[in-house]
Design a binder for this molecule. Structure first.
Ligand code: SAM
Length: 266
């Protein structure tokens, strides 16, 4: 079996941290477990040889990062954020937002459940006052996760946190899982985006979800990302992070509202 040497491990960790923010320094077993089969399939004789291949080939790099990212997610994960959206953010928007458009970004969306849940919440909320535009941008590094997100077919367990009426309204059982309806799917635009690269957006966001992404990042990558999220928000816009993640309260122009919810100052 091909061995991952100490120096190859260090090189890979530095490469992934430098380019994608992800800290794999304590994930040696994960790297070995996820990469051995790939190396065998590629018929390379060492990690170094595979690494050279990856550095010169965008598709191979995507394939490696598809393997090294952790994409676990499900609908209505961390439901407090969606309650806060429905009970606090949307009523305030309804009163004050004359343009009737909301810019929402799910950053590190994985297979799409977070963005689709947000769209369902907004669709239900605005059902009685049509004319709102809440098309949502959802981005991830993993091309495999994004393909699955665009397909919109999920195992039944992934829907367990949704109200039963929503499961009936927005999904259809088919072979291989539950297919999301077009009326929700068409409200989300998926794009590949490495969060470590400059954001290519011109319009600031009302709401950014970046949940359970920064837990995998080095401290340095986290700090720079949070500062760039602040810049990408409108004054008064909200940032949701995962409940197991923290950023300094009231630092970097983001006011702590409640655990894992921050608001950009005016
Ligand atoms: C555990 S999932 C989180 C999904 C969802 N936000 C949630 O909370 O359920 C973490 C996602 O972050 C993505 N990710 C990791 N590093 C990234 C980077 N540098 N740029 C963009 N996405 C990244 C991974 O591909 C993965 O899909």
């Amino acid at each position: 079996m091909i061995q991952l040497t100490d120096s190859e491990f260090r090189r890979l960790v530095a490469f992934v941290r430098g380019n994608f923010g992800i800290d794999l320094s304590k994930k040696r077993l994960l790297i070995e477990a996820r990469m051995y089969a790939v190396l065998a399939r590629k018929k390379v004789s060492s990690f170094s040889q595979y690494f050279e291949m990856v550095r010169g080939d965008r598709n191979e790099l995507n394939a490696m990062m598809n393997r090294l990212t952790t994409n676990h997610t499900y609908f209505m994960r961390e439901p407090r954020h969606f309650e806060f959206l429905k009970d606090v953010i949307l009523p305030a928007q309804e009163k004050t937002n004359r343009s009737r458009s909301l810019h929402v970004w799910s950053a590190g969306c994985s297979t799409g459940e977070e963005a689709y849940t947000a769209v369902m919440v907004m669709k239900e909320y605005f059902a009685l006052c049509p004319g709102w535009d809440y098309r949502t941008l959802a981005t991830d590094l993993s091309t495999r996760a994004l393909q699955s997100a665009a397909r919109g077919v999920y195992p039944e367990e992934s829907l367990a946190g949704l109200p039963p009426q929503w499961r009936h309204r927005y999904f259809r059982r088919q072979s291989g899982g539950c297919a999301l309806s077009d009326e929700i799917r068409r409200e989300v635009i998926f794009r590949q985006l490495n969060l470590m690269e400059p954001f290519p957006f011109h319009t600031p966001f009302d709401l950014i979800f970046c949940r359970n992404v920064m837990i995998y990042f080095s401290q340095e990558a986290r700090d720079s990302l949070v500062a760039r999220f602040r810049d990408a928000l409108k004054p008064g816009g909200y940032l949701f992070i995962g409940h197991s993640e923290t950023i300094p309260h009231n630092a970097m122009g983001l006011r702590y509202i409640e655990p894992s919810i921050y608001q950009k100052g005016p």
